[in-house]
Design a protein around this ligand. Sequence first.
Ligand code: ZN
Ligand code: ZN
Length: 358
Amino acid sequence: MKRLVVAGIGILIVASLLGPGIVWFSPAAQDAVMRRVIASNMGSYDAVLDEDALHVVLCGTGSPMPDPERTQACAIVYAGGKVFLVDSGIGGWDRLARFQLPVGGLGGILITHFHSDHISGIPDIALNSWAAGRREAFALYGPPGVERIAQGLDIAYSLDDGYRIAHHGPEFFAEEGANYLPVVVDVPDRDTSVTVFDEDGVKITAFRVSHEPVDPAYGYRVDYKGRSVVFSGDTKKDSNVARFGAGADVLIHEALATHMVGMLEEGLEHRGDRRAKVMHDIPDYHATPVDAAAVANEAGVKLLVYTHIVPRLPNALAERVFLRGVSSVRGSGVTLGYDGLYLELPAGSDRIVEHDLR
Ligand SMILES: [Zn+2]
Ligand SMILES: [Zn+2]
């Protein structure tokens, strides 16, 4: 019996050594493994297409500061068969692809303002949604000036578009899909919100926020089947977010921890690095985590989610420092956003279901 057990263990050891060995030396075994890996990366996360809920996924919760965990500004909303991005900073496409989110039905991008970290990812997403089947021009909704963005992208990428069509054929890459369609959203003043889109029960409105010298800068609100999400865009603490976001389920608010950026400024100054000035300047047009918590309370939202997080938060201690003071303003209903946070808001309920797509 003892000999049998020893023999059994021996076979197990040989098999476990042989398995990787076979893969290393056999092309057929290698191909079988590769096919399995490829198949597992090819799905589409279609849960977000369920029309009985409002779905929001954060595909970028960072800022222009390099951050391996967070790409630049990006959120995607699915509602009633419509799909919209809110901003498109660089890296957003990487996240959308990694989380296997469907983008073929993308209706356009709601641009809050034209800082580079909100528009630099547009070409990647335009190309990939075009490949995924978008046949119409790519709509860019945004403040006046969006025409220049569309025109510039058209010029910069027209050669690339031509190569794609020539290579894969116009049946695959519909020519119209190569173009950008600027849709100027004109919000005349701080007291007015403007309807950007209203179709099949999906209503999107824009309102002004404060991000001077960027002016105008917008926040957006999406309402669908009694559920709603509000995006602050980039703004310092602004009562308009509470005003036009009143009663929403979710507020996705930018945040910059002034006390942490102050330390970065000190450190750079100490090294004689001229970028200390940037750290000195940026707090005046962003909101702190505590500011955003106060705005969320004023708006009466159920859940506040931080995004556009400055500075980088490499560990739990940094997160704790970032959130310092928040719990005394808002004890619950606060989430530190991350790339891959998916919020599902089922119609006819007040539930907010949090999923982690990472
Ligand atoms: Zn900005
Ligand atoms: Zn920004």
